[in-house]
Design a protein around this ligand. Structure first.
Ligand SMILES: C[S@@+](CC[C@H](N)C(=O)[O-])C[C@H]1O[C@@H](n2cnc3c(N)ncnc32)[C@H](O)[C@@H]1O
Length: 279
């Protein structure tokens, strides 16, 4: 029930604007003025609601959701595939991610924080029937959408609800782990736990493919994204600290392979045999 509510919660701001408009129009304002005032009233309310979401106590997770201090996106599940391409994360971005991943037939792949599973489904095509691809996300609503889309597309990708920091898989059981646009959802200590958990499930010769926020490449991006320096989960990305997190989690041979929109970086990292298992 809570999962269902979570899927439709995005309608609330639209209904709030509509309601406020009706009240203001009833008071004699023109429809245009009523619309502007309603948006101005509702926007701060959305910001406060968003802040409360970010601070939601992990002691009260949504039904079926694992406990995590990562910021999950269940509320965005119904609109995620609509807005991602509009933010520059469309087909070309997915193809570029797969190009860096260099998946080959027969590989076993895990996509952590898979969202609606767009990349997961493409990975399943790349490894073909001889391989296996599993997508996990801590938001049950995301996994519900991912399963629905995979079934409709006839994809062999499998989807489970799980958090990166407590992956329910055996040690050394994946050739490749994909981690697309999700590390910036984790506070620094959860990034440490999550990457250690990824290191545990990767085979010794395996690889981790990350694409995520990094130091902005130009002053305009710095200006726009500076407020994110105030949030610990995004600040560590913007300060360019992802390689340091990777080294702490027991990864070596960390290569930055390329950039996307001057804002995201593609990294490939390998478990460092010299470091053994992370503690
Ligand atoms: C921006 S989305 C990226 C989705 C997808 N990988 C993509 O490239 O479009 C980040 C996802 O990470 C998920 N997430 C947040 N914290 C998580 C955690 N601790 N474990 C697993 N997934 C998490 C969110 O629910 C969200 O679906």
């Amino acid at each position: 029930m809570k999962g269902q509510l979570d899927r439709w919660i995005w309608l609330c701001p639209a209904l709030a604007v509509l309601l406020a408009m009706l009240v203001l129009a009833g008071w004699g304002l023109t429809w245009t003025t009523a619309f502007i005032v309603s948006v101005l009233l509702v926007c701060p309310a959305i910001l406060i609601w968003g802040a409360l979401q970010l601070r939601r106590s992990p002691a009260f997770p949504l039904a079926g959701a694992p406990q995590t201090r990562g910021v999950t996106l269940g509320w965005a599940a119904p609109i995620y595939d609509w807005y991602c391409p509009r933010l520059g994360l469309g087909d070309r971005f997915r193809r570029e991610t797969l190009r860096h991943a260099g998946l080959v037939q027969g590989e076993r792949v895990l996509d952590v924080g898979c969202g609606t599973g767009v990349l997961t489904r493409l990975a399943a095509e790349a490894v073909a029937a001889a391989g296996q691809v599993i997508g996990v996300d801590a938001a049950p609503a995301m996994i519900a959408v991912a399963r629905e889309r995979a079934q409709r597309a006839g994809s062999a990708a499998r989807f489970d609800v799980a958090a990166i920091e407590t992956l329910p898989f055996a040690d050394a059981s994946f050739d490749v782990v994909l981690c697309s646009a999700m590390l910036h959802h984790l506070p620094p200590d959860v990034k440490d736990m999550g990457l250690s958990s990824v290191r545990r499930v990767l085979k010794p010769g395996g690889r981790l493919v990350i694409v995520d926020l990094d130091r902005p490449a130009n002053p305009l991006w710095w200006l726009l994204f500076a407020p994110m320096l105030l949030m610990p989960m995004t600040a560590s990305n913007l300060r360019g600290e992802i390689p340091a997190f990777l080294r702490r989690a027991g990864f070596g041979r960390i290569e930055a392979r390329g950039r996307w929109m001057g804002l995201l970086t593609f990294w490939i990292a390998h478990p460092d045999p010299a470091q053994g298992e992370p503690s």
